[in-house]
Design a protein around this ligand. Structure first.
Ligand code: IPE
Ligand code: IPE
Ligand code: MG
Length: 254
């Protein structure tokens, strides 16, 4: 097993050997189609999508997960119409303003992954506030992938590592998968065990392309605004019935 794969699943002593995911990452897709099917505006779909995200955060904790990563805005989503982008930014800001006090009280640490350098000042200030006010929380980690692209993240990490080498703070010989992972936005977060994508699309759309190298995938036709605890539990059940081999042989982990 390669250390850089950082598997987060370990059979717990009382689980009878059944392994449950520790980190689930979700590609929340289908808000637009959900709205269209009801004759509503895409933004109405995104608003319902925020409600589904709230349900997912609660359900993740009830299901015993330790980390949840939600893909909320990709580096490619800037290609959308300006009005939709404005609404999506507004919803993220509103989510932080409305939910931060509760998340803080519940012991949830909020981390934002993605390129934070080019965000609008008001968005950037809220993102910083959410991270700094919950930094000490340890019960659960909510990672929001915002202005996030896997290729962009890997490029930024590569540039940061090269710059550390040029400054003499890092030796080229010491660069391995595990060290390189620490330069990614996810830092020491364990790799996702399970990636769920809603809405029937079967692609990863530039999401956690390094970290999810050995993740299991569950695709569901449910549109994101209809996502709930029951669907979440079913995806986890499907994960629990999979056999992860990491390139090895069935049934042998050593
Ligand atoms: C997911 O829903 C939300 C974001 C990508 C921001 P979409 O907006 O992609 O919904 P569809 O895929 O058009 O239905
Ligand atoms: C992926 O969904 C991005 C998010 C869920 C934030 P998209 O709807 O943008 O992905 P594509 O365009 O269908 O691949
Ligand atoms: Mg989509």
């Amino acid at each position: 097993m390669n250390a850089a794969q950082k598997p987060s699943t370990d059979p717990t002593p009382d689980s009878g050997g059944v392994v449950s995911p520790v980190h689930v990452a979700i590609i929340m897709d289908g808000n637009g189609r959900w709205a269209k099917a009801r004759g509503l505006r895409r933004t109405d779909g995104h608003r319902e999508g925020v409600e589904a995200a709230r349900r997912a955060v609660e359900a993740a904790q009830d299901l015993g997960l330790k980390y949840l990563t939600l893909y909320s805005f990709s580096t490619e989503n800037w290609r959308r119409p300006a009005g939709e982008i404005r609404d999506l930014m507004g919803l993220l800001k509103q989510f932080i303003v409305d939910d931060l006090p509760r998340l803080k009280k519940e012991g949830v640490r909020v981390r934002i992954i993605g390129d934070k350098v080019n965000l609008a000042p008001d968005v950037s200030a809220l993102v910083q506030r959410a991270e700094s006010e919950t930094r000490e929380n340890q019960k659960f980690v909510l990672q929001i992938a915002f202005n996030y692209g896997g290729r962009d993240e890997i490029l930024r990490a590569a540039k940061a590592a090269i710059s550390a080498i040029q400054d003499g703070d890092l030796q080229l010989e010491d660069v391995n998968e595990s060290l390189f992972s620490s330069y990614l936005d996810t830092g020491d977060t364990p790799d996702p065990d399970l990636v769920i994508r809603t809405s029937g699309e079967k692609r990863i759309s530039n999401f956690l392309i390094w970290q999810a190298a050995y993740a299991e995938y569950v695709f569901t036709d449910v549109l994101w605004p209809d996502f709930n605890a029951e669907i979440f539990a079913k995806a986890i059940e499907e994960f629990n019935n999979r056999e992860r081999r990491y390139g090895g042989v069935a049934g042998k982990t050593g």
